[in-house]
Write a protein that binds this ligand. Structure first.
Ligand SMILES: [Zn+2]
Length: 375
């Protein structure tokens, strides 16, 4: 009996001790769980629940991402700016403008207890989409020390829309957007960037090449988007000058005919402008370097972007003299392919392409001989 009492007491003591030991652990778990309810975001932002929807304070959200913003009390609207992007939002509205394009964020922007708040979806759908890349740990800015002046040519423009996708997406607009993104990254890295066009205009081909030559640029990159009657065709490709372009007799013949001997399997777009651009590219004195550059770009795109890389191609036709520096023409995707058209509409995808292009330039520069003389 004594033994039973002892056992009973010791059991109580044992469980009591166990409870005493576990309590702090349970308390800590409870605290953390309750803390998570108020701090659900990675950025440890306070949250508010309005009509069952999670909201974040806009000021704290912008501060955590170095986004500059202004609020106008009269119009009850805010403008957010970073890296050339502009977001407009208005209290009571569930539509926001991202670089002029309307996006639905499901719940309206609100003012809660005197604080301007945005639905959690705004952070995920808009900010994470636009600014995901720097927080995703990708190396930025690029390190370029020897490529001091780079000319970026956004293909087509103005009267020449280039190719057009099924949904009406125009090549000239995509080319310009990616060229701008690329220019921004390079400028931030200290590179002198010259764009052949910065808006919806059409500089002549001669003008574009003259810009590059007059600037004694270290590199010329023309940005285009592809199209093909075979709608399943998709992917990324880079063109450089054809080794066959040295054939002066054939070049002369081509010049007389004022036409390019186009390899249709390589060139899907078949646009007069595209042919003319590559025509000029073929003039380069730096064919070998152009090939290296094209190869570097293909490798980095393959490594960083979920896209089928069709590879480096040379243009099998003949040209007159043009750009006097390494020059490539990139075809970033096929607008005739519905999946790629959808991707090319996406800001994040365009940014990914632009960043990968800069990585390609970086890799190319690292492979350059220490002393280079191009002129
Ligand atoms: Zn084009």
């Amino acid at each position: 009996m004594k033994r039973a009492i002892f056992n009973h007491r010791s059991r109580i003591f044992y469980y009591g001790y166990l409870l005493f030991a576990i309590c702090p652990v349970l308390f800590a778990i409870c605290y953390l769980l309750s803390g998570c309810a108020t701090l659900p975001t990675r950025e440890s932002l306070p949250t508010y629940t309005i009509k069952g929807v999670t909201y974040l304070p806009l000021a704290a959200l912008c501060n955590s991402r170095d986004i500059t913003w202004e609020y106008d009390t009269f119009t009850r609207s805010a403008v957010l700016k970073k890296e050339g992007h502009k977001i407009n939002l208005r209290v009571g509205d569930d539509l926001v403008l991202v670089d002029g394009v309307a996006e639905n964020i499901s719940s309206p922007v609100d003012i809660y207890q005197g604080v301007l708040v945005v639905p959690y979806r705004f952070k995920v759908k808009i900010l994470d989409d636009l600014y995901k890349t720097p927080t995703a740990g990708r190396r930025l800015p690029v390190v370029l020390s020897r490529l001091k002046t780079i000319v970026i040519d956004a293909g087509h423009g103005g009267k020449d829309p280039g190719t057009t996708g099924k949904t009406g997406l125009k090549e000239k607009d995509i080319n310009l957007d990616i060229a701008r993104r690329l220019a921004r990254i390079l400028k931030n890295s200290g590179v002198n960037v010259i764009m052949t066009r910065t808006n919806d205009t059409y500089p002549s081909l001669a003008r574009r090449v003259a810009i590059a030559n007059n600037a004694k640029a270290d590199l010329f990159m023309s940005i285009h988007t592809n199209a093909n009657r075979v709608r399943s065709l998709k992917g990324f490709e880079v063109y450089y000058v054809s080794p066959k372009a040295d054939d002066s007799k054939r070049a002369l013949a081509s010049a007389r005919e004022a036409a390019l001997n186009l390899d249709k399997s390589c060139f899907a777009g078949n646009s007069l402008y595209l042919r003319a651009t590559v025509w000029d590219l073929l003039y380069t004195y730096n064919r070998g370097e152009s090939m290296e550059l094209a190869s570097s770009i293909c490798h980095t795109i393959h490594k960083n972007v979920d896209v089928c890389v069709l590879g480096v191609k040379n243009a099998n036709f003949f040209v007159l003299r043009g750009a006097r520096m390494p020059a490539v023409l990139v075809e970033i995707g096929f607008l005739s392919n519905s999946k790629e058209e959808r991707l090319l509409k996406n800001n994040f995808y365009r940014q990914e392409i632009a960043e990968s292009l800069t990585r390609g330039l970086e890799d190319y520069e690292q492979g350059l001989p220490i002393v280079t003389s191009r002129y």
